[in-house]
Design a protein around this ligand. Structure first.
Ligand SMILES: Nc1ncnc2c1ncn2[C@@H]1O[C@H](COP(=O)(O)OP(=O)(O)OP(=O)(O)O)[C@@H](O)[C@H]1O
Ligand SMILES: [Mg+2]
Length: 261
């Protein structure tokens, strides 16, 4: 069983604006991301969702507090240890970040060639199995420019999964996709997580669609994070900004529950 959860303890992150004033992104924030479950992080643009993911990956450092991955404080980790830490993560950012000059096969094989001592025949077997699983078999010799948006995401996901990550981070993984493809990608995430068992963190604007996947939802607003044990729990909040969030993003579906209350 996957036991790699993440814990934020009083994490602070502040940026200095050009005029010298301080922009507080995370104001002593504490929360737990449960191992093997899916946590959705939602919130307005510029509230700090991507910054939160960068803190988890060690791409940014907090100004205070602790970030624990599987119980280990990763806040001060550098060098070799940081590299090791990163191999525990799979990451899928907006643009899929495939290398344009490499075929789908080579893109997906890259982490195996760089980080493992597997032979080319072992790599071939593993990569083709992944491509099969993500319905990309037959496209392995294409270049990213020859793929549709959804295929690029799937190829990005295939690459992110090669080192069997304990944690997958998704930053707006469906940007630029139509609603049908968006739905398909989320189904795929659900299926893949079931098979692989990773801890998932999804930053997304696809509310309420992405909530079908969520075991837990975190809403970030003005440096504060509100943690909800299920998407349904959000609607019971008394906080004005959460009620506003429910009204604007979840609309009729959830409003009906409010009436029942
Ligand atoms: N390296 C940086 N230096 C200074 N300010 C930064 C830096 N990175 C992010 N910020 C600021 O921190 C805030 C949060 O940024 P972040 O990228 O986390 O937003 P977000 O919630 O992901 O928004 P979006 O939904 O638009 O992607 C923004 O105001 C941004 O300008
Ligand atoms: Mg962002």
């Amino acid at each position: 069983m996957n036991t790699t959860g993440i814990e934020f303890k009083d994490v602070e992150k502040t940026f200095l604006r050009e005029d010298g004033s301080r922009q507080v992104i995370l104001d002593r924030v504490s929360f737990t991301i449960t191992a093997g479950k899916t946590t959705v992080i939602a919130g307005g643009s510029g509230q700090g969702k991507s910054v939160t993911l960068k803190l988890i990956l060690g791409l940014m450092r907090p100004d205070g507090g602790k970030i624990l991955v599987a119980g280990d404080d990763v806040t001060g980790v550098r060098g070799k240890k940081l590299k090791e830490l990163r191999t525990r993560f799979g990451v899928l950012f907006q643009g899929s970040a495939l290398f344009d000059s490499m075929t789908v096969f080579d893109n997906v094989a890259l982490p195996l060639r760089e980080r493992t001592t597997k032979s080319e025949s072992e790599i071939k077997k593993q990569v083709l199995a992944s491509l099969d699983q993500l319905e990309l078999l037959g496209h392995e010799n294409k270049y990213p420019a020859q793929l549709s948006g959804g295929m690029k995401k799937r190829a990005g996901l295939a690459r992110a999964l090669q080192l069997q990550p304990e944690i997958m981070l998704f930053d707006e993984p469906t940007t630029g996709l139509d609603p049908v493809m968006t739905q398909e990608i989320y189904h795929l995430f659900a299926r893949t997580q079931e098979q692989v068992g990773y801890t998932a963190i999804i930053v997304s604007h696809d509310i309420p669609k992405v909530f079908n996947l969520a075991d837990q939802v975190i809403i970030i607003n003005n440096g504060i994070m509100d943690v909800f044990p299920s998407p349904e729990a959000i609607q019971w909040s008394r906080k004005p900004h959460i009620r506003e969030f429910v009204k604007t993003t979840m609309g009729e579906i959830y409003q009906s529950h409010l009436v029942e209350q």
